[in-house]
Design a protein around this ligand. Structure first.
Ligand code: SF4
Length: 322
């Protein structure tokens, strides 16, 4: 049975749909994880940020939070209290719940010197790190585009070792970003470090030092989605090659989504919805991308494209017990 069908329904309160935060229970069911933002808003930081979903959602709500000089929105005490609630619930159920941190901001963003929110951000960051230390039944997965700032922003005692329940992932959709960020990520003394290769924008070769960590590294991968006309397609060989590098090195691999574009080798036993969307896409040149090897990708929709890679889900998690 696939991941989405095995969720333990009663544990869905306040939870997130993002599959890589879910927890596999001994009985084979999955419990959803959570997402938490100490503040909302950010500055775009590379090609992976081009169609930032958080920016799009905030734009739709009429909130201007994304930009070098725009104000950030700091969440209420009520939102902070949820962390303790989730922690108590996980403790009662006897597991560690994963918390995606942060989905609408970057924990390691550095504001420019004249920004009015510098002090508030520093306070929020310190409070977040204190909560991470206190909530030992939550595993905080910091997903950042700025791992180079991590060591000078975390509490000084963390430079000898991050708490075991704090993992750090860097977003690396291109080789250039990977080459720039992975060496900095490797400097972070966290039990688990990893890559969020989403959106995957080109083939990636991972450095041996990262692969040699095996189950203490993690790779999450997926294609781009969004409403914008320029959403970018990925070739299925890019996914396969990345997966194979991970499988060969025993690095857990999680394939999150195909994305809005689907490469034709991934279309296997299409559903009726997918068939209808495919016929429409084939008739619209803006929704067809031809690759150099003469294969095609079609722009359908992330929901109908699903998350199968070569006929199966890839739901691997770091094998860390604490
Ligand atoms: S770092 Fe993340 S939250 Fe910030 S702009 Fe880029 S995609 Fe958006």
């Amino acid at each position: 049975m696939f991941l989405a069908n095995r969720v333990l329904k009663k544990e869905t309160y306040d939870s997130t749909n993002i599959g890589w935060t879910w927890e596999i229970r001994p009985d084979g069911t999955y419990v959803r994880g959570y997402s938490f933002n100490a503040w909302m808003g950010c500055t775009k930081h590379g090609p992976e940020c081009l169609f930032c979903y958080a920016d799009t959602i905030m734009d739709q709500k009429g909130r201007d939070l994304f930009g070098k000089h725009t104000r950030r929105h700091f969440v209420s005490d009520g939102a902070w209290k949820k962390l303790r609630t989730w922690n108590r619930r996980a403790e009662k159920l006897g597991y560690h719940a994963k918390v995606f941190c942060s989905s609408f901001s970057d924990v390691f963003e550095e504001l420019c010197e004249s920004h009015p929110d510098i002090e508030a951000m520093e306070k929020a960051r310190a409070r977040l790190f204190a909560e991470m230390e206190a909530c030992t039944h939550l595993t905080f997965i910091i997903c950042t585009k700025r791992p180079m700032n991590a060591l000078r922003m975390v509490p000084p005692k963390w430079s000898d070792g991050f708490p075991e329940n704090v993992w750090v992932l860097a977003t690396t959709g291109t080789q250039r970003t990977a080459d720039r960020l992975i060496p900095r990520l490797l400097e972070i003394p966290a039990t688990v470090i990893g890559l969020s290769v989403e959106p995957m924008l080109e083939p990636l070769k991972l450095p041996q030092e990262f692969l040699d960590r095996g189950g203490r590294s993690w790779v999450i991968c997926g294609g781009e989605s969004g409403k914008q006309a320029g959403i970018r397609a990925a070739h299925s060989d890019w996914y396969r090659d990345l997966r194979d590098q991970c499988v060969d090195a025993d690095v857990p691999f999680f394939f999150k989504q195909v994305g809005d574009w689907i490469h034709e080798p991934l279309i296997v036993n299409p559903t009726k919805v997918q068939q209808t969307r495919l016929s429409k896409a084939k008739a619209d040149p803006a929704r067809v991308k031809a690759w150099e090897d003469d294969s095609r990708s079609y722009r359908l929709h992330k929901k109908s494209n699903g998350r199968l890679l070569d006929g199966r889900e890839w739901n691997q998690f770091p094998g860390v017990c604490f």
